[in-house]
Write a protein that binds this ligand. Sequence first.
Ligand SMILES: [Zn+2]
Length: 293
Amino acid sequence: MDGRVQEWHGGPLTRPAGWPGSRHRAPSAARGVLAVALVLVLSLGAAVLAGGLPWPGTAGPGAWPGVSGPATGRPTPGSGAADAPLGQPVDAPATGTWDFLRYQDDGVTPVAYDPCRPVRYVVRPDGAPPGADRLVAEAVAEVAAATGLRFVHDGATDEAYSESRPPHQPGRYGDRWAPVLLTWATPAEAPGLAGPVAGLGGSHPVTAGGPWVYVTGALTVDAAWAATAARSPDGRADVRAVLVHELAHVVGLAHVDDPAELMHPENDGQRELGGGDRAGLARLGRGACEPAL
Ligand SMILES: [Zn+2]
């Protein structure tokens, strides 16, 4: 170990059945190495239970049993949707390196959130580090500005982290897609945080026969790591960078092998969005409006 991030990409031999994407070791807090990078694409919803799902990585949205078929377990279509994108699309120069977690069937268009409705999120405050509210607000504002998506804070929740989180929870959140869930968790609660992994993030794609659209997601940050890091200004910048990195995964950005980008999986010392990060996020703010969902 040289103190850098240890990571592994989720190949067939290391990825648990049903887990899309890849998993990455987080930076070690030892030696003062910047802890920014860590991520694991969460497998939300029914995919975990299904196991053995075809998961094409960046080649397509994959199959999500229970959400790609008949409209069961879904809210009333178009809940909270406007007729036009809520925010202003972002123009970002096509510089740097970026990639998307999932693509539409054309292999070119990324899966994204519906820009005609807000990306609602809730925060479970348990285990949050000092100053967490401000760090989260800053990270959300940064991703909102880079995508043009409208984010709405729906307040606090007591919903626990889960690797099989239902995307529709009418008993808790009403007749709508569940909001994105942000938690500060322990490895005991979120096994993906075991070892030096500091954060996890991902979203749940759904289709009504048209484009795949992310309808909810989750991100979690290692509570113990964040509590220690938040004691210093540099550490708080690390926590904010991890939040931005995970939020970028939530809205659909994938890792890239370019150390100038925040989405590099070993982005030691990189705390700000790079040119490619911004180009990709701008594209993710121009997804399709899908009132059928
Ligand atoms: Zn990552």
